[in-house]
Design a protein around this ligand. Sequence first.
Ligand SMILES: [Zn+2]
Length: 194
Amino acid sequence: MARIENNRVLTLNRVWQPIATVPLRKAMNMVFRGRARVVEAETFQLFTWDQWLADKAVPVDAHVIERDYLRTASLFVRKPEVVTLSRFAGYPNRGVPYSRRGIYDRDDGRCQYCNGHVRGKDMTIDHIVPQSRGGVTSWLNCVLACGACNHRKADNLPTEVGMKLVREPYQPTREQLFLQGIDVMKSWAPFIQA
Ligand SMILES: [Zn+2]
């Protein structure tokens, strides 16, 4: 059985726009089932699973950089780093709908007032212009806050209680959200803007 590390694989839609990162195991499964093909980083050549195995597997006694390979009983198989879906051509140009999870990702798990790390289960959403004063729930009016800062700010504007945002909130792109906190691989560079 192959030992699979916690790598992520950049997933492109059918027209090579980045739409997600997925765990290596999932990416390999999609390729194996013919739902995606591997994009070789250096050449942009496409591979089915059988083609990948034929071209990118070597015997386990070969000298390879082990972190770039999966080890099976008899083979080292090069880890795919980018895959492209065979059919799906959706979503890059659509705006990302507001979500709590998205706020957490956009703000990188940090309170936007004290810059402290906030665990997911402790997160609160601060409305910069409080809802009680007409503030809406949106990307631009909401930030991640720790409980203490949210409590201190209460129904005030930040300036009224001497608080300042770490940075201005913004409408994130899908790519900014799915790459947040991910170790971006060199081979992804041609496909992403970040
Ligand atoms: Zn805080």
